[in-house]
Ligand binder design. Structure first.
Ligand code: 5AD
Ligand code: SF4
Length: 421
């Protein structure tokens, strides 16, 4: 029996999928990249924006055709599925399985009744990369930002036992993994027994071996001096942080139920830059939140000029049923949302270029992750993409998954160019 898996979503969805693959392979399914030959199709979805939901709905016709050819084909939807959307998705999929029930997949496929859920995070995943692994440390969210469906699809925060996380990371490092991503909807609120997030970082940092530790996502209200100190003293913890601000206007932040002000955020960045001068920063933004005026948006633009981000994930507000914000009128037009998105991208492009130029002439360590002909790519510890060319005679040398030293010779906003030393 063969299965095909489709992932639409964030790093957490990818990590979930690695656990789905492990469970399926345990019951002797074999993975296929060819959807036409699959007996089982699993879709891991995201519900954060309507566009992701539309993409899943867009599979309807394809599934109908495939089922016409293969009557035995079964389809499963999992990941972040809103209860309210289940009905429409049950018209497309045979089963919708809560990610927490994924261990029971074989019972479900055999139409047996499933019992209560247990901890799906203790499944050993089938890692899709041989050098970079995602390790969930917590799941769920207690924050209820007004626009967000995550607390509804992922329910409340649950932290994984520290021992289990450390065991997984140790095994990965032994196998030669070079990059460990600690994942969670809000990693800063990790708490298991007496271990909080900074303590977990310190514990993982002590695991012997050469590897980098990265983490996401952080919430500014929970990102504090203790975390900064843990990153600063870490060694293996990389100087890159995604700290989503969502808006640069206090009133909008209040409406979004974010529990911090622009000043609080800026103070945290100030402390971070003082303690970790090498830190590179990215953020998440929502443009066109209900009621966001042009003036309020200007404050976000100003924030971008002030902070000088290296990267930003800019999202146009997408109304999600059931959230607090859905009660407000989505009154910023699509055209205006696009204009705001573009304006932010223009500032970002300049600040990213300015920041990247500072790398020119430096020698950096790069974890190589891909190759296209003679062009190879990797990332620095600051999460900067680096492109370099294989030297003659080295063209076939497989550097993927290895650390190498490179000299930066040029910079663009989204990429550094380098030469092999
Ligand atoms: N509309 C647009 N963007 C959203 N995000 C979350 N919910 C919405 C929404 N309803 C964005 C936020 C978050 C990122 C993961 O997705 O910026 O940080
Ligand atoms: Fe959504 Fe806010 Fe929770 Fe992030 S912190 S997952 S934006 S509710």
């Amino acid at each position: 029996m063969k299965y095909h898996i489709i992932v639409y979503g964030c790093q957490m969805n990818f990590s979930d999928s690695e656990r789905v693959c492990a469970v399926l392979e345990n019951i002797r399914y074999k993975k296929t990249s060819n959807i036409n030959e699959a007996d089982l199709i699993v879709v891991t979805m995201c519900s954060v924006r309507q566009s992701a939901v539309d993409r899943v709905q867009g599979l309807t016709e394809k599934f109908e055709k495939l089922k016409y050819k293969n009557h035995k084909l079964q389809t499963i939807l999992t990941g972040c599925v809103l209860k309210k959307d289940r009905k429409i998705f049950l018209e497309i999929f045979d089963y919708i399985i809560d990610i927490k029930d994924i261990k029971k997949i074989s019972e479900i496929l055999n139409k047996k009744i499933i019992k209560n859920t247990d901890n799906y995070l203790d499944i050993t995943p089938k890692y899709s990369s041989k050098f970079s692994a995602s390790v969930p440390i917590m799941t769920g969210c207690n924050n209820f930002c007004a626009y967000c469906v995550v607390p509804y699809v992922r329910e409340r925060e649950i932290s994984r036992p520290t021992k289990e996380i450390v065991f997984e990371v140790k095994n990965l490092v032994k196998k030669g993994y070079k990059e460990i991503w600690l994942l969670g909807q809000n990693v800063n609120s990790y708490k298991s027994g007496k271990t909080n997030f900074p303590a977990l970082l310190k514990t993982i940092n002590k695991i012997p071996g050469k590897f980098w530790i990265r983490f996401t996502s952080s919430h500014p209200k929970d990102f504090n001096s203790e975390v900064i100190a843990a990153i600063a003293t870490g060694g293996k913890i990389t100087p890159y942080l995604n700290l989503p601000i969502q808006s640069g206007d206090d009133k909008v932040l209040k409406n979004m139920n974010r529990h911090y002000t622009v000043k609080d955020y800026k103070n945290k960045i100030k402390e971070l830059r003082k303690k970790i001068p090498a830190i590179c920063l990215s953020t998440d933004i929502i443009v066109g939140y209900p009621g966001e005026t042009k003036k309020q948006f200007e404050n976000t633009l100003q924030l971008f000029r002030d902070i000088k981000y290296d990267m930003a994930y800019i999202n146009k507000y997408s109304e999600r049923k059931g959230t607090a914000a859905a009660k407000l009128k989505d009154n910023v037009s699509v055209v205006e949302k696009k204009r705001r998105e573009k304006a932010l991208n223009e500032v970002l492009k300049q600040t990213a270029l300015e920041n990247n130029k500072k790398f020119v002439g430096r020698e950096v360590e790069v974890l190589v992750d891909s190759k296209k002909g003679s062009r190879q790519f990797g990332r620095t510890k600051e999460y900067k993409i680096v492109e370099f060319n294989s030297l003659a005679g080295q063209a076939n040398k497989n550097l993927i998954g290895k650390f190498i030293k490179l000299k930066i010779v040029d910079a663009t906003p989204w990429k550094l160019k380098a030469k092999i030393k």
